[in-house]
Design a protein around this ligand. Structure first.
Ligand SMILES: *Cc1c(COP(=O)(O)O)cnc(C)c1O
Length: 335
């Protein structure tokens, strides 16, 4: 089987860097959605909690159930709501308010420009009334930026929109709620963060997705992906490897098959552009469901140790490479 190792020192280094940036560990809400960006939900939740992180963000209730006991608060971004003890539920639309059970902790998402989820600014008063009528407990107000990682002033326009929302909330007497808006890029990009928490995902896992010239803090990748040898053979010049025989040996070589394929969430990609592993080994020919071939005889090969580099081969982003990794792959902390 393929397996994943988690570098705890690097994870803690990243969290430390983020804590320095935002002022304290208490202000970090670690985003653990989608199996902690492929790193392993429970494992990363435990490490984050051990580090002192008190707030988590997850995709849905089923993720929340697995980790909520480790944190002071767990924010559920979407899906059904059944009022788990410490969970906060995101309000993504005005209609949703009617379906939430009385007494549920809710955080109101305001759409300040992303045009995806949340109530629109004009619905603010209506939403607050409905929340009160439904007997919900408003504990947070949030927004999400569409252009935090883009070299433009759009982020600052959206920050302004959210500041207006906060002014209106204040005028309506809503003060005792946490306010948050920043994902990793917005956190890394701004000089200081005044809000109560930041919701950081990708940066905690080691990637700075800001384009040059924002490269301010160094982060270290946390996840490495390994494959194990299945069998070895010697092939002669002219012989072809794998489905379609796409790879043609130009000389005699010793090749082995290794236990990683698109069934594990590894991208099948484009065989015309060979992928190089962390050690510079080329994936020979097509990726199979559970296998790849490499010119190597060693027992285990590190296929990826930097998802941002890997993403370039497949013309995508680190997020997709990481979250695609099957949750069935074994994950353990590097010794
Ligand atoms: C995924 C997500 C984040 C984290 O984004 P990163 O770019 O990984 O830091 C923050 N907030 C919301 C609402 C999200 O969905």
């Amino acid at each position: 089987m393929a397996y994943i190792t988690i570098n705890k020192e690097n994870f803690y280094y990243n969290l430390q860097q983020i804590a320095l940036k935002v002022g304290s560990v208490e202000k970090i809400a670690i985003v653990l959605k989608d199996n902690a960006y492929g790193h392993g939900l429970e494992l990363m939740a435990e490490l984050a909690s051990e580090f002192g992180i008190q707030h988590a963000v997850v995709r849905d209730e089923s993720e929340a159930q697995k980790i909520q006991s480790l944190f002071q608060t767990t924010l559920v971004l979407s899906g059904e709501a059944h009022k788990l003890s410490k969970c906060h539920y995101t309000i993504n639309s005005i209609e949703q308010i009617d379906s939430l059970p009385k007494g549920t902790f809710v955080e109101l998402k305001v759409d300040t420009g992303m045009r995806r989820n949340g109530i629109v600014v004009a619905q603010l008063e209506e939403a607050l009334e409905k929340i009160e009528k439904q007997g919900l407990r408003l504990v947070g107000v949030m927004t999400h930026f569409r252009c935090a990682d883009v070299l433009s002033s759009e982020l600052f326009w959206q920050i302004k929109q959210f500041e207006e929302v906060q002014k209106r909330l204040k005028a309506l007497g809503i003060e005792d709620v946490r306010v948050h808006s920043c994902n990793s890029s917005a956190t890394l990009r701004q000089k200081s963060i005044q809000e109560d928490i930041v919701r950081v995902g990708i940066s905690a896992y080691g990637y700075n997705e800001l384009p040059y010239p924002f490269d301010a803090i160094e982060l270290r990748p946390v996840l490495s992906l390994y494959a194990q040898k299945i069998s070895t053979r010697t092939i002669n010049a002219g012989e072809r490897v794998g489905y379609g025989g796409d790879f043609v040996a130009s000389r005699s070589m010793q090749i082995s098959s290794y236990s990683l394929g698109y069934g594990d969430g590894w991208c099948r990609g484009n065989a015309k552009k060979p992928y190089l592993t962390s050690d510079g080994l080329e994936i020979l020919g097509r990726v199979s469901m559970d296998m790849i071939s490499l010119e190597s005889t060693i027992d285990r090969v590190c296929i990826m140790s930097d998802a941002q580099e890997t993403a370039k081969y497949f013309d995508t982003i680190s997020y997709e490479v990481l979250t695609a990794l099957s949750s069935d792959i074994k994950r353990e902390v590097e010794k």
